[in-house]
Design a binder for this molecule. Structure first.
Ligand code: ADP
Ligand code: MG
Length: 729
């Protein structure tokens, strides 16, 4: 029999570093060269068309058909000058990845000839036959119409000779079928609400938008080893594998020297990213062996989300050139750390201000405190929804496993700010300081020291940490589309800002001075949202107890966590802010449950198949060798010596038998549970069944398989082992 493990291992030993072709020594020579960015638009568009697109980007105004024709024709000219032959609407359906359907720039021109054509209507809208995308019943298959519509706020780009046009994806009746639509709607809601609040402080502020800087973690594994692990190929994670004697316990990988093969891959990835305008900046080794991270400079959230989706695609395509596979699963290996995607989030204004930067004047300081406290209050009100926004089968394995934030949402703001908020809470009303001269009294609000900006006081265990001028949401899964946590964050903060504004306005209407009103509302929020603040170790058991007392949710599993999306409170939140309606939320809930069920089902089948086809036959083969050996010993030894010496042998044979028999039993039981679950018609009941009846077998089966891995002759073991997968040669 051919042992694929050894074939794969021998291939990895021959690997050379793949040389990288540099387009130029200077990034500025090629950065964004395949992007139809503002510079290119200015060059290719008439003044009128350029203005129109600019207005659409900034104010969301509609683009006239005539202008669209001009833009399309300019895009085509630009794209063809770069060698593009096709175009596609590029969107984020609810599968979680990106989708594209390519069309050539072609139109028959009579006389057997053809012309390159691309018209305004092809740019603005398309109707892909997209009946197989998940829609949660929003689009019956006979009514399979789904429309993609151009999103001018994210620039078009060329990838592999195809002009890609970022679009939203909606049903015939206008319901969203993608991640981008609610993201754009939430940004709109956030803009409106933030501007109202900001204008209490500064009338110059007329636009506010969220910024996102993501940090993407991933694993690299040699493509030959990957191919020899059916679980990696089909589920993106290992379902079996005994811990390697050495993995991350020496912390020698974290920030260590990057392996030459990985470095060449990263260089290539950076070049490809820069060509597509993704401002990738940082790269380093992560905690687990063969785990890495990359991060760009932050951008406006919509573009940043598109860039993250694009980067995940590039990770895959570029890694192939270097004989690697990128693992984006949140927990590809048990025992070592899993991967996340930190979403650094802040709010920026048209005046060039980051609203999460403490200001220089007392009024700016008050604004900073107001924004911060409103965010904390929003998080407190909707902690369960925030948790739900990062729920997935893969991320369940990571959250709360002592390597990532727990499934309990809390915020860390650091000692300085905690002290500041405590002081404010204790202060008398502004009007009572300085005899009612509240403008002057503003100066009494504790100053936020400059030192905050290079805040070293960091708490790595917090899911939502303030890091000087932004919040870092650390519970996002590595495979996730960041749009979801982002639209949730935007929406809850928009809603909170609206409430804040109304409360302040009510007081102003009662002739209370503006600053006094703001101050009083902030004070009440500091009190009412206190339970969400936690400065201690979020990985600890004590925190779980404490959080429970504080009434914070702790939903460890996806089916439980995502119920929050369809609660009355959340439906009315999303409807009030016009981000998603009830039908859309229910459809998404259903899709999410279905996806969860499919993932657990695949994993369960894989475990069954590998156990029965790979593991047990190998164990029996080795057991036969032991039995033969014992028999042989009996022939050559006298019976007394035999009894003494064969004890180990017999014990081994028995041990292996026990493992085999338990694996068989558990696989059978698990299969029965699966059959029962599959019969359930309600998708929430099915997801519960997969979560609480099928999934518990995973650990049981794995325990015995991993034991066998340690008992059986290494040369027989069919699957590449952790020590081989995790370390580059
Ligand atoms: P780390 O958290 O690892 O210390 P940094 O603080 O340098 O790393 O930043 C991490 C990410 O946060 C980067 O992508 C960076 O661009 C982003 N970031 C910095 N400022 C902002 C901001 N105002 N809004 C959103 N993201 C930001
Ligand atoms: Mg970070």
């Amino acid at each position: 029999m051919k042992n694929f493990r050894f074939t794969a291992l021998s291939q990895t030993l021959d690997r050379q570093v793949v040389p990288v072709a540099y387009p130029s020594n200077k990034i500025s020579d090629y950065f964004g060269s395949m992007v139809f960015n503002q510079t290119m638009m200015r060059e290719y568009l008439t003044k009128e068309a350029y203005k129109s697109v600019e207005m659409a980007i900034e104010k969301g105004t509609k683009i006239e058909r005539k202008v669209a024709d001009q833009v399309a024709s300019a895009m085509k000219a630009w794209a063809m000058s770069k060698g593009a032959t096709h175009y596609t609407h590029w969107f984020h359906p609810l599968t979680g990845s990106t989708a594209e359907k390519h069309d050539a720039f072609i139109n028959p021109a009579g006389g057997g000839k053809a012309l390159e054509e691309f018209q305004g209507n092809e740019l603005i809208q398309q109707e892909p036959d997209a009946s197989s995308f998940p829609s949660g019943g929003l689009r019956n298959t006979f009514e399979a119409r789904g429309y993609t519509a151009w999103d001018p706020s994210s620039p078009a780009f060329i990838m592999e000779s195809t002009l890609c046009i970022p679009t939203i994806f909606v049903s015939y009746t206008g319901e969203s079928l993608d991640y981008k639509t609610p993201l754009l709607r939430s940004m709109d809601a956030l803009d409106k609400a933030s501007v109202k609040v900001c204008q209490l402080f500064d009338k110059q502020i007329t636009k506010v938008y969220p910024t996102l800087g993501w940090e993407q973690e991933y694993f690299l594994v040699d493509s030959a080893l990957f191919a020899a692990r059916p679980d990696l190929v089909l589920a993106g994670k290992t379902v079996f594998g005994h811990a390697s004697a050495k993995d991350q316990q020496l912390h020698d990988h974290y920030f260590g020297t990057i392996h030459s093969r990985a470095r060449a891959f990263m260089r290539d990835l950076e070049i490809e990213s820069h060509i597509l305008g993704i401002p990738l900046k940082t790269r380093h080794n992560e905690v687990a062996p063969s785990q890495f991270e990359c991060a760009p400079v932050y951008e406006e959230a919509n573009v940043a989300v598109d860039h993250n989706q694009l980067l995940m695609h590039l990770l895959d395509t570029v890694s192939r050139k270097h004989h690697f596979k990128v693992l984006l699963h949140e927990k590809p290996y048990a025992v070592v750390n899993g991967s996340g995607k930190h979403n650094n989030w802040s709010l920026a204004t048209n005046t060039g201000v980051n609203l999460l930067t403490p200001g220089k004047t007392p009024l700016e300081n008050l604004r900073f405190i107001a924004i911060l406290v409103n965010i904390l209050k929003a998080l407190h009100t909707h902690e369960e929804l925030v948790r739900a926004s990062v729920a997935s089968a893969g991320n369940d394995l990571r959250l709360g496993a002592n390597e990532a934030p727990p499934a309990i949402i809390s915020a860390f703001i650091g000692e300085q700010l905690t002290r500041t908020l405590d002081e404010i809470e204790q202060m008398p009303a502004l009007a009572n300081i300085n005899n009612g001269l509240s403008k002057g009294a503003l100066g009494n609000i504790p100053k936020i020291p400059e030192i905050l900006l290079d805040n070293t006081d960091r708490n790595r265990t917090s899911p939502f940490a303030f890091t000087g001028n932004k919040f870092e949401f650390r519970a996002v899964g590595s495979l996730a589309n960041s749009a979801k946590p982002m639209f949730v964050l935007n929406t809850i903060v928009a809603d909170q800002f609206n409430e804040f504004y109304e409360e302040v306005k009510k007081q102003i209407d009662q002739n209370i001075k503006r600053e006094d009103a703001i101050f009083e509302v902030i004070k009440s929020y500091i009190k009412s949202s206190k339970a969400i603040r936690f400065e201690g170790n979020s990985y600890s058991e004590e925190w779980k107890e404490e959080a429970k007392k504080r009434g914070l949710s702790n939903n460890a599993n996806t089916p439980d966590a995502i119920k929050a999306f369809v609660s009355e409170k959340v439906v009315s939140l999303f409807e009030r802010n016009q981000v998603l309606n009830k039908r859309e939320l229910e459809a998404r809930y259903e899709i999410k449950l279905d996806k969860y069920v499919r993932k657990i089902q695949i994993e369960s089948r894989l475990m069954g198949d590998l156990s029965i086809n790979h593991i047990i036959p190998t164990a029996i083969k080795y057991q036969n060798t032991l039995i033969e050996n014992a028999r042989g010993l009996k022939d050559v030894l006298d019976s007394k010596t035999y009894v003494k010496l064969s004890r180990n042998q017999v014990h081994n044979i028995k041990e292996i038998s026990e493992h085999i028999s338990l694996i068989r039993q558990y696989v059978e039981e698990m299969t029965d549970e699966r059959k029962t679950a599959n019969k359930l018609e309600q998708c929430d009941a099915q997801a519960q069944s997969y979560c609480y009846k099928v999934k518990p077998y995973f650990e049981k089966i794995r325990y015995h398989v991993d034991k066998l891995e340690m008992l059986i002759d290494d040369s027989l073991w069919p699957l590449p082992k952790y020590r081989e997968l995790l370390f580059m040669k």
